[in-house]
Design a protein. Structure first.
Length: 93
């Protein structure tokens, strides 16, 4: 496993606050692209980060959740159905 990016900040910002900056940096350097699957550790966990990854970057990302994770709450915040990532453009409804 090789690090793909190193970002240096003054102070010590919480990882969940720099999630968008990390993805923006990876996209700018063409390391990530649509439909990629990216794994993050639980420091990046936040419902907002799930929204950012799906809505803005169109990636499938896995963030190890904390104990208080509620799937229903996340589903209520996501505006795109997961069928967006399907190769088949028809909905399975």
């Amino acid at each position: 496993m090789t690090p793909v990016s190193i970002l240096i900040h003054s102070g010590a910002p919480n990882d969940s606050k720099i999630f968008d900056e990390v993805l923006q940096n990876l996209k700018k350097r063409r390391i990530i692209k649509r439909k990629d699957i990216i794994l993050f550790y639980r420091g990046y966990y936040s419902y907002k980060n799930y929204q950012i990854g799906i809505n803005k970057y169109k990636i499938v990302h896995v963030i190890f959740s904390r104990n208080s994770f509620k799937a229903e709450k996340l589903q209520g915040k996501i505006s795109y159905p997961l069928e967006v990532f399907s190769k088949n453009k028809k909905s399975n409804n």
